[in-house]
Design a protein. Sequence first.
Length: 208
Amino acid sequence: MDGTLVDTEDFWWEAESTLLAELGHPIGVEEREIVVGGPMSRVVDHLLRVSGAPLTPAEFGDAINERFVELIGQGVPVRPGAKALLTDLAAHGVPVALVSASHRRIIDQVLKTLGAHHFAFTVAGDEVERTKPYPDPYLLAAAELGAEPARCVVIEDAPTGVRSGQAAGCHVLAVPSVAAVEPGPRTTVRATLEGVDTALLRGLLSEK
């Protein structure tokens, strides 16, 4: 979701970096690529470790979410091609699940921009025991859609999500936002979602 369908990675980084700066523990921009797309638990642990900020993981995680919700209160920018792809998938009757490492309250806020009607099922990072890069959230989504993972295409923007989709046995279409993603077996990389439609995704399913 973040960085894939909506352009929110800048908001996440602003929330994380400004909070630490306000505490007198600023971090360098080089940390951004390390934490992008990661589950909150890993992001929090890493940033607390490198910054030395005197917060518990729970306190910092809650503060990040609060700041992020404030930042996206007026809506979020949709990434190029995202709305057109969702509309095309709906027109062809293709079921879609939204899988995110973000917490439920964040997903529900973003869905006000994306439109919840586009998704048959949504998975939040705080609703699964193991989130990305583990395969669990994508396996859950495939099961809820009644689809074999090998017949699903995962669209991701960051290495953590790509590894999750790969581990689940899905085909992966990567549209990198901050961190680079390398193409590989059953993994295709494109600059944006512009020009991506149902026909293209079905074509990916035929690739070995």
